[in-house]
Each structure stands twice: as structure tokens, then as C-alpha cells.
Design a protein around this ligand. Structure first.
Ligand code: B12
Ligand code: SF4
Length: 392
């Protein structure tokens, strides 16, 4: 809190110091903060080319409000600087790392509470503190969803450097941290940007199981597991189904191999981001068969809700098919018989064809005539052909 001398004279606006705001950000619960200058994106041409090449896949929102995205001066009248903040999410202190082979594979950032809620609450608190002390300053916060190039701004604020896997990377925090911003109508001296951490290393580019990097610093979302499992709500094309492996929500592979994440990192101290009791025992089969009530209970406040119940069940079904484990056949057949959503039934049929075996074959044959939807029937027929081809 402010010292009495800082709060004594309210008649004159006190000078705003960057160091003080950065300290306040840390007191509000962020792990790091820095100031970015307000200027046009240094990578506007690269961003436009990325869109023109269709690398954003189905994320049409990335084409909207382009002016503001590429130039933050459009975001708030009189904006003069940005207080960028980082919240670490791993390695989580004390959180169980489920190693049982039936567990749904979920990206680290999405294990606990939705970081948007956690960060917005802290940004609101921080904003109130700033405006209380400096009523002449107007603020606006963003976390993830605004038309903001968050990594570029945060890089300018010295919170990290953009790595070849496109993630922002920091010497002490690795890349397991999330970003938010508080736009301010007061000019502040920008923090010192960091220098390159990748050097000649290309481990992330090589480790990506789907070859999603067209070049260093350039990701094609059409090939990214994170895109398919989080962003795409509809049925997947065949190509994507095999691509996602057994990830149910997000993907951490290009971060896991990064030498800056493989060192012993200080644990992050944000219990909200740890796996809650409501999902501690939920295995892949439970997720596939979860009913509405169970879903609402288990995923309250979780960022995984972004994929919606049917999306998560589609993802669980695909993960089972890609694991090729016959313990999943009964659950997939139940889904094929009972699920309301065509997309989920179709995915279950595909996965049964991948797993194969007598039980899967008999179940698919039984459903072929009973299934009312052409799309699912075709999927069943394709899976039966696949099983026949692999058993002869
Ligand atoms: C769309 C999106 C995605 C898409 C596309 C990702 C991508 N690489 O573009 C998908 C769904 C695939 C995705 C996945 C993930 N995402 Co995401 N995503 C976003 C979102 C909403 C927009 C990003 C965007 O504009 N992409 C377009 C590309 C072209 O822009 P960019 O990657 O930001 O790169 C720009 C700058 O970095 C700049 N640049 C800066 N320096 C340099 C240097 C060089 C040499 C070059 C060439 C370029 C360059 O060039 C680009 C154009 O300006 C941001 C939030 C936000 N509003 O920014 C979160 C965000 C980037 N995602 C985040 C996270 C955590 C993830 C995942 C780790 C989640 C997961 N575990 O599954 C993965 C990581 C995958 C990966 N390797 O990027 C965090 C990243 C935190 C961090 N430490 O970097 C963000 C910032 C969300 C947040 N608020 O914390 N994401
Ligand atoms: S998140 Fe996974 S699929 Fe996407 S680029 Fe990284 S390693 Fe590849």
C-alpha cells in the first residue's frame, strides 16, 4: 500500500511512476509486469501475410478489428502506455500430475480455474488502485480475447522474447505463463526488452507431432492440436482426427521440449490454477460418458468449457481412437448408440474403426442399419471397411 506521504496531498495529481505500477501489479497477484510503449505493431506485415495464407484456420475473429490489433492507439482514447502482466501456471505447486494411462491429456494452463476470470479480477483490482491514486488516468484491461497482439506487446514490455514456437519465453519463467494488459492514458517509460533466448535451438519445431510450424516463428493453426481441440466446435475432417493424438484440450509439446521449460522452475503459486477436486477422478471414459449435470458440476469455472460439452466428448472419443485401446470399445459403442450430437456419434464411429477387433466390428454392424443420420451411417460403413481391410 501507499506510504502516508504518498497519499497526503490530494490537491495535485502525483507523478505516476512505472516502478510503482509494476510493484502494484505484483501486489495484485501477477508474477511479472512491465511497460510497453504505444506504437504500431512491428510485425504488421507478417500478421497480414499470416492471415492471407489462411494460417488462422477457422478463427475468423483474428481478421476482425485489424486496425486496433495492429495499432493499440485505436483501443482507448488518449492511450499512452500499456502495463503488461504475466501469470505463471506451471509447474503447479502440489497439483497431482496424473500419470494413469486413462487420464485425459489436458494442457497445463487449463487444469484449474479459467485464467481469464483470475486475471480479470486482479486487473480490475489493479485498475481501481491506480485510478484511486490517480483519478486523471483512464484504463482498459484485456486478457486474451481482445483485439490485441499480446505477445508482441509483452515482448516490448520486457516480459519475455518470442520463441521459435511463437510462445513468449523468459529466462526464469520459461514459457508457462499467461498474458494480460492494462491500457493507460498516462505516458510511462517503456521497460527494457529482453534479448533472444532461442539461439540455434530448433527442438520445438522438430518435436511438433503435426509439423505445424511452416518456419520458425510461424505457426499454421490448421495443423495445430491446440486449435482443433479448443477452437473448432464442429465435426473434424479426417485429417484432424488423426492429428490430435490423445490430447483432449490444448497441447503442450512445443513447450515441454523447450530447454527453458525443462530446467527446475520455481513453482507457480496460484492454487486457483490447480486441478480441482471435481475433476481429480474424471478419467477419459468418464468424460466421454458424462451427462449434462455431471458436466456442469465438473467444469464449473474451467477454461475447458470453451470447447463445450459436445466438443470435449468429441475430443475424448478421438483420443480413445488414437490410443487404440480396446478398453474403450464399450464406452464408444454406448456413445454411438445414445449420444444426441451427430458430431460425437460420428467421432465414436471413426474411433471404433481405428481400434478395431470383434467387439467393435459387431457393435458397428448392429448400429449401421439402426443409425438414422446419413453422415454417421457413412462413418460406420467406413470404419467397417477399415476393420475388414486390417483383419484380412
Ligand atoms: C489465436 C491464438 C492461438 C491460436 C494460434 C496460435 C499462434 N501461434 O498464433 C492457437 C489456438 C493455435 C493457440 C494455441 C496456443 N495458445 Co494461444 N492465443 C491466441 C491469441 C488469441 C491470438 C494470437 C495471435 O494473434 N496469433 C497470430 C500470430 C501471427 O500472432 P502471434 O503469435 O502473437 O505473433 C505475433 C508477434 O509475436 C510478432 N513477433 C514478435 N516477435 C517476433 C519475432 C519474430 C522473429 C517474428 C517473425 C515475429 C515476432 O509476430 C506476430 C504478429 O505480430 C492469443 C491472445 C492474444 N490476443 O494475443 C493467445 C495466446 C498467444 N495463447 C496462449 C497460449 C498459452 C496458447 C497455448 C500454449 C495453449 C495450449 N497449451 O494449448 C498454445 C500454444 C501454441 C503455439 N505454439 O502458439 C498465450 C501465450 C502465452 C505465452 N507465454 O506466449 C496467449 C498470449 C493467451 C494469453 N492471454 O496468455 N493460440
Ligand atoms: S501446440 Fe502442439 S500441435 Fe500446436 S504447434 Fe505446439 S506442438 Fe505443434
Amino acid at each position: 500500500m501507499e506510504s502516508p506521504s504518498e497519499g497526503a496531498d490530494r490537491s495535485e495529481p502525483r507523478t505516476v511512476s512505472a516502478d510503482r505500477l509494476i510493484r502494484w501489479a505484483c501486489e495484485a497477484g501477477f508474477d511479472a509486469a512491465g511497460i510497453a510503449s504505444i506504437e504500431e505493431s512491428h510485425h504488421a506485415a507478417a500478421y497480414r501475410q499470416w492471415l492471407a495464407a489462411g494460417r488462422h484456420a477457422g478463427m475468423a475473429y483474428l481478421e476482425r478489428r485489424l486496425e486496433a490489433r495492429l495499432d493499440p492507439r485505436h483501443l482507448l482514447d488518449g492511450v499512452a502506455s500499456v502495463l503488461c502482466v504475466a501469470l505463471r501456471y506451471a509447474p503447479l505447486d502440489g497439483a497431482p500430475t496424473p500419470d494413469n494411462d486413462l487420464w485425459p491429456r489436458v494442457a497445463r494452463y487449463a487444469q484449474g480455474r479459467d485464467y481469464h476470470d483470475v486475471m480479470v479480477r486482479r486487473l480490475r483490482f489493479l485498475s481501481e488502485r491506480i485510478v484511486d491514486a490517480h483519478p486523471e488516468i483512464a484504463t482498459r484491461w484485456y486478457v486474451d480475447t481482445g483485439p490485441v497482439l499480446e505477445r508482441e506487446l509483452a515482448a516490448r514490455a520486457g516480459l519475455g522474447v518470442v520463441g521459435k514456437n511463437t510462445c513468449l519465453l523468459h529466462r526464469e519463467m520459461g514459457s508457462y505463463f499467461l498474458l494480460g494488459e492494462l491500457f493507460l492514458t498516462t505516458p510511462l517509460p517503456a521497460s527494457e526488452p529482453l534479448t533472444d533466448l532461442c539461439g540455434k535451438c530448433t527442438l520445438c519445431l522438430e518435436a511438433c507431432p503435426t509439423d505445424a510450424f511452416v518456419a520458425p516463428y510461424q505457426l499454421d493453426a490448421n495443423r495445430c492440436i491446440s486449435y482443433w481441440t479448443i477452437e473448432e466446435r464442429g465435426p473434424w475432417p479426417d485429417e484432424a482426427r488423426g492429428m490430435v493424438g490423445d490430447w483432449v484440450f490444448g497441447c503442450d509439446i512445443c513447450q515441454e521440449v523447450c530447454p527453458w521449460n525443462r530446467r527446475r522452475l520455481e513453482p507457480a503459486h496460484h492454487p486457483e490454477l490447480e486441478l480441482p477436486d471435481t475433476r481429480r477422478d474424471l478419467d477419459l471414459l468418464d468424460l466421454l460418458l458424462i451427462d449434462r449435470e455431471g458436466y456442469v458440476e465438473a467444469f464449473r469455472g474451467s477454461p475447458m468449457k470453451r470447447a463445450k460439452q459436445a466438443g470435449l466428448q468429441r475430443n475424448a472419443a478421438a483420443a480413445m481412437g488414437n490410443r487404440g485401446d480396446r478398453r474403450y470399445v464399450a464406452g464408444l459403442l454406448q456413445t454411438l448408440r445414445q449420444h444426441d450430437e451427430v458430431m460425437v456419434r460420428a467421432q465414436a464411429a471413426w474411433s471404433l474403426g481405428r481400434i478395431g477387433g470383434d467387439q467393435a466390428q459387431a457393435g458397428l454392424e448392429e448400429r449401421h442399419d439402426a443409425e438414422e443420420t446419413t453422415v454417421v451411417r457413412e462413418e460406420i460403413a467406413a470404419s467397417l471397411r477399415r476393420i475388414a481391410a486390417t483383419t484380412t
